[in-house]
Write a new protein. Structure first.
Length: 258
């Protein structure tokens, strides 16, 4: 009885040896196929990705030093948004979505992280928590955001921006900075609240000074495309809110003062 068992055990050991050698032979092939399959499923990032980062972390330099570095070929912390001219940058008063085609305010925010710092410092010296502030010509919020933040949660700011695209841009920057005490009016300011104004339509993907757009009545051409916005009287606006007078009024609008 022992001989057949011994013979059977030898057969089993021989078969196990063959299986082991066969497994060792196949393992490199399987590993190669698995690696190839893995690489096939990996999608490499492209320039068309929604967000592309040009640096891993914000610079510790001041906005002025950071801007100088960029002019010299450096690369400050800026996030591109798709293939659009818009970028997201951490500026002096918080994160801003910036249109790099804006040749004045946009470029200043992009290079230096600030705009009109002297004017903002002066305004902040007058504003206290709880104040009521009006910003006429708010643009994308370079002044609106620090002024609204200075009024605190008990304060209030009314922002006027007659260009609809810039008003939407302003709203986005306010949300990014978690500022909720601002009321935006996409309207023109006038002597009274009767009538409308024609605001020229421009291409915000072309280079230009977007803050310099004035009412169509001030343009030399009669062929400009425009959209109509309401005209609001300044007194009507803040008296409706129950305030007797704003604590601070900032005005930055182009064109003629008739």
């Amino acid at each position: 009885m022992l001989a057949p068992v011994r013979f059977l055990m030898k057969d089993i050991m021989f078969n196990l040896t063959l299986l082991t050698l066969f497994a060792l032979f196949l393992s490199p092939i399987c590993a190669e196929d698995s690696s190839a399959s893995l690489h096939e499923n990996v999608i490499a990032p492209t320039a068309d990705d929604a967000f592309t980062t040009t640096d891993e972390k914000p610079s510790n330099q001041s906005p002025a030093e950071e801007g100088a570095k960029k002019k010299e070929g450096g690369n400050p912390f800026v996030i591109g948004i798709g293939g659009s001219p818009f970028v997201l940058k951490d500026c002096r008063y918080g994160p801003f979505i910036i249109n790099t085609k804006d040749s004045i305010i946009g470029k200043s925010l992009e290079y230096y992280g600030e705009w009109d710092e002297v004017g903002i410092d002066m305004a902040l010296s007058f504003i206290q928590p709880g104040d009521f502030v009006i910003d006429i010509g708010a643009h994308i919020g370079a002044h609106t955001i620090p002024l609204a933040r200075a009024t605190g949660p008990t304060g209030h700011l009314i922002a006027f921006e007659m260009q609809r695209t810039l008003a939407q841009h302003l709203a986005a920057n306010l949300v990014l900075n978690q500022i909720y005490n601002v009321e935006i009016h996409t309207s023109a300011i006038g002597e009274n609240s009767e009538g409308v104004e024609n605001v020229p339509l421009i291409n915000y993907e072309d280079d230009g000074d977007f803050a310099s757009v004035s009412l169509k009545s001030h343009w030399n051409t009669t062929n400009a495309m425009f959209e109509t916005v309401k005209r609001l009287g300044l007194d009507d606006t803040f008296y409706r809110k129950g305030a007797t007078c704003p604590s601070f009024l900032k005005v930055d609008i182009p064109g003629k003062f008739d």
